[in-house]
Design a protein around this ligand. Structure first.
Ligand SMILES: O=C(O)COP(=O)(O)O
Ligand SMILES: [Mg+2]
Length: 218
């Protein structure tokens, strides 16, 4: 049976509100002004260390490794304490995943979000049992768009072919580098226009995903 690896933020869940809240709690700890949801949503995609680099840049802070490490540690404490309260699952995700699992697809996750928080969120939405593997942004030395995490998730599924589903230019580049066929969810946290992202199929609602993935197998 085939396999499919999903990205998480912007693909299965709209997680920006909780990431935004954790950023602002991190800033509030030191009495700093909050950032807007749109600003923080624009920083998502390359994982937590890059998110906090972008927070520092938005505040016109010069790069500083110790300061950055402190922000990352405090952000993670806030985020892991409360990763899903404001997060919503995109419509049709649960049905699509259940349909795929019922049809025998093996399912994995490859996200730049740290693995423990990712598992916690999957559990919160009752989805964790559907996933055979989760590779997070802290699971390996490499992160997307390096293909290594996606190839590791695919290897863990131990099946062929494996498709990848994501929402961003990072995911498109990762799929290309890994040599996997890529389905792009159009309603996530992408910055670039659709035609700039290499993809094999597009969808804007998860109800359409099982048929699209079947089509990509042909
Ligand atoms: O945490 C991030 O920055 C991005 O996470 P994602 O890889 O699930 O989109
Ligand atoms: Mg994403």
């Amino acid at each position: 049976m085939p396999g499919v690896v999903f990205d998480l933020d912007g693909t299965l869940i709209h997680s920006a509100p909780d990431i935004h809240a954790a950023v602002n709690r991190t800033l509030a700890d030191e009495g700093a002004d909050p950032l807007s949801l749109a600003q923080v949503a624009g920083f998502i995609g390359n994982g937590v260390p890059v998110l906090l680099q972008r927070v520092m840049a938005a505040r016109h802070e010069a790069p500083d490794a110790a300061r950055h490490a402190d922000l990352v540690a405090r952000f993670m404490r806030h985020y892991e304490a409360d990763p899903a309260t404001l997060t919503t699952i995109y419509p049709g995700v649960e049905a699509a995943l259940c349909h795929l699992a019922g049809a025998g697809w093996k399912i994995g996750l490859c996200t730049n979000k740290p693995a423990a928080a990712s598992w916690k969120i999957l559990e919160h939405f009752g989805l964790s049992e559907l996933f055979s593997v989760v590779i997070g942004g802290d699971s390996l030395p490499q992160r997307k768009p390096d293909p290594t995490p996606l190839l590791a998730a695919a290897a863990e599924l131990d099946t062929d072919p494996v498709l990848f589903v994501g929402d961003s230019e990072i995911d498109a580049a990762t799929a290309l580098a890994a040599g996997l066929r890529f389905a792009l969810f159009t309603e996530g946290y992408r910055h670039a226009p659709l035609h700039d992202l290499p993809h094999h199929g597009l969808f804007s609602h998860h109800d359409d995903l099982p048929a699209l993935l079947d089509h990509l197998l042909i």
